[in-house]
Design a protein around this ligand. Structure first.
Ligand code: G1P
Length: 301
């Protein structure tokens, strides 16, 4: 295991997003906005902040919108330029800093998160890398979650997985880890299981969609059969590496995670970002209060 700094980040974005139909009939769920940025942009910003310069998107043949988003939009740029809308022009012209490149890989069959990560094998090669699930949006005023994890990974020279505590009745929605206890924010992982029933869960520490993985994960994925939900699970490949002695730490990052793969998570994230927004905070607060009052939810006397 190497303690090299991560440079490449993988974004599995080939899911169907059925929870958000009909919106996701034409708009990939990663393109759903929180205020004025799509979810994918938040994840990409976090990866770049952590030091990544190669962004690998695992897409399917229907997801042109993600590639288009990071591509040039000449007509729009011309229109904005002519209209003198220079701030917007800058946002459209440079969605990524100039040192960052994008790679798009097609996942031909939807065989699960593990399979999606395996699709990045040739692009990643023999170095540690990050995986970010853009549905998991992490709000934070300080350093991003992946930066915190990448720093930790460099220190320990092993894999790092983001975790948060969840109520026991929710374990069947997550990968769950068992650790040897924690020192500060990190604890060495002993076992990991995908979506266990509450009575079978080894703990209530749930995996959040941020991983720093060693390149050895690809060999493990290649020999991983279908697991929970009939899919090739990343969790199972990590579990097999743990069983053969690989070092992975669970990391309780600083920040609040919103599960934007669910309706309520997307709403909560929008509320949080609006209330923390320079210009929208005040009008958002007023509007929320008004909605509560008008719906008779609060009693103002
Ligand atoms: C995936 C992982 C799971 C993890 C979760 C975090 O599940 O398989 O281990 O806890 O992301 O969001 P999914 O939510 O894609 O079913």
């Amino acid at each position: 295991m190497t303690s090299k700094r991560i440079r490449k980040a993988v974004f599995p974005v080939a899911g169907l997003g059925t929870r958000f139909l009909p919106a996701t009939k034409t708009v990939p769920k990663e393109m759903l906005p929180i205020i004025d940025k799509p979810l994918i942009q938040y994840a990409v910003d976090e990866a770049i902040e952590a030091g990544c310069d190669t962004l690998v998107f695992i897409t399917n043949r229907y997801k042109h919108a993600v590639a288009d988003y990071f591509d040039k939009a000449y007509e729009l740029e011309q229109k904005l330029e002519r209209a003198g809308k220079l701030v917007q022009l800058e946002q459209v012209r440079n969605p990524l800093p100039s040192h960052v490149r994008t790679v798009f890989v097609t996942q031909q069959e939807a065989l699960g998160l593990g399979h999606a990560v395996l699709c990045a094998k040739e692009v990643i090669g023999d170095e540690p890398f990050a995986v970010l699930l853009p549905d998991d949006l992490i709000w934070n005023r300080g350093e991003g979650a992946l930066k915190q994890m990448a720093d930790h990974a460099e220190r320990i020279g092993g894999g790092v997985i983001a975790v948060q505590d969840v109520p026991r009745e929710k374990t069947s929605s997550y990968g769950i880890v068992a650790t040897r206890g924690f020192e500060g924010r990190a604890g060495r992982i002993e076992a990991m299981v995908e979506k266990p029933a509450p009575e079978d869960a080894p703990s209530t520490l749930a995996v959040v969609g941020r991983y720093v993985l060693p390149p050895g994960i690809f060999g493990a994925l290649e020999s991983t059969g279908r697991g929970a939900g009939g899919e090739i699970q990343l969790t199972d490949a990590i579990a097999s590496m743990l069983a053969s002695g690989s070092h992975y730490d669970a990391y309780r990052f600083r920040g609040t995670r919103f599960d934007c793969g669910t309706h309520i998570g997307l709403i909560e994230a929008t509320i949080r970002f609006a209330l923390d927004h320079e210009k929208l905070s005040e009008p958002a607060r007023i509007s929320m209060q008004k909605a509560l009052d008008e719906l008779g939810v609060t009693d103002n006397g």
